[in-house]
Design a protein around this ligand. Structure first.
Ligand code: GLP
Length: 259
């Protein structure tokens, strides 16, 4: 099962995950990171700034999870723009080494395959950062997504469009389609770190960690992963049946195990 780490607040979550990323980058500057968008991973990127200062990041590679289809890449809420603004620029990464799925309409039929090939050629993702949607989606893999799926075009649920409307002028401006790494793609990462904050995520987190493994709750795929870590605040942990055990296990975790 996933290891669950219950933290006080977002800052503590960011610090724990950023410590681990900085540790693996120091060990191997060619690390490949899987980058999530949305508001959840922001504390990680924020905490990474200080930790990567003075660390050689020139060879670090990154692959974003997903992108809206048909959005102008220059739109401030395209995931290409978000990754540039929140990750590439503040961390001083080489923009040529950080990829986002290509959501432009020209060539969209091949964009998934191209992206899969690029991830394989980079040697695969070492650490994948994930958020989770209120309906349990990871990346943009909405309920019903195949556990074997690879990067492809998907249709967003109305719930996800409403959840993401806050980033746009109105829900009507949220694209209907996206291109997302599949659950199969995400599961190939060597270490998955899923973060969630707030009571709105409590049911999705409980389903992903303790519920049945089902395509109806795509986040539950992490139960099949050999190295998955779930970092949640108290509110997001509030529906977990075994929260006390997770606290006990983490408090007594041997230091050599790392995150
Ligand atoms: C978005 C993204 C996901 C993200 C999720 C939660 O739709 N495609 O990668 O994990 O929804 O977003 P947030 O972190 O803002 O709650």
């Amino acid at each position: 099962m996933a290891e669950v780490v219950i933290v006080r607040d977002q800052a503590e979550a960011g610090a724990i995950v950023a410590d681990e990323i900085a540790r693996i980058v120091r060990l191997d500057p060619r690390v490949v990171l899987g980058l999530a968008t949305g508001s959840t991973p922001l504390p990680v990127y924020e905490a990474l700034r200080a930790r990567l200062t003075g660390v050689d990041v020139s060879q670090l590679r990154g692959f974003a999870l997903d992108e809206y289809v048909g959005i102008d890449p220059a739109h401030p809420e395209s995931y290409r723009a978000v990754i540039a603004r929140e990750v590439v620029e503040p961390l001083g990464l080489d923009p040529a080494r950080v990829r986002v799925p290509d959501g432009s309409l020209a060539g969209i039929e091949h964009a998934g395959e191209d992206y899969e090939r690029a991830i394989v050629e980079a040697g695969g993702v070492d650490l994948q950062i994930l958020g989770i949607g209120t309906d349990g989606h990871i990346g943009f893999n909405e309920p019903g997504s195949s556990f074997a799926s690879l990067t492809r075009v998907k249709t967003l649920t109305e719930q996800t469009r409403e959840d993401n409307a806050r980033f746009f002028d109105s829900v009507h401006d949220v694209p209907r389609h996206c291109i997302t790494q599949g659950l199969g793609t995400i599961m190939r990462a060597r270490h998955i770190v899923l973060l969630a904050f707030g009571a709105g995520k409590a049911e999705a987190v409980a389903g992903a960690v303790e519920g049945p493994v089902t395509a109806s709750l795509p986040g539950s795929a992490i139960q099949l992963h050999p190295h998955a870590t779930v970092v949640v605040d108290e509110s997001a942990a509030s529906a977990l049946a075994h929260a006390d055990y997770y606290r006990y296990a983490f408090a007594n975790k041997p230091e050599w195990q790392g995150l």
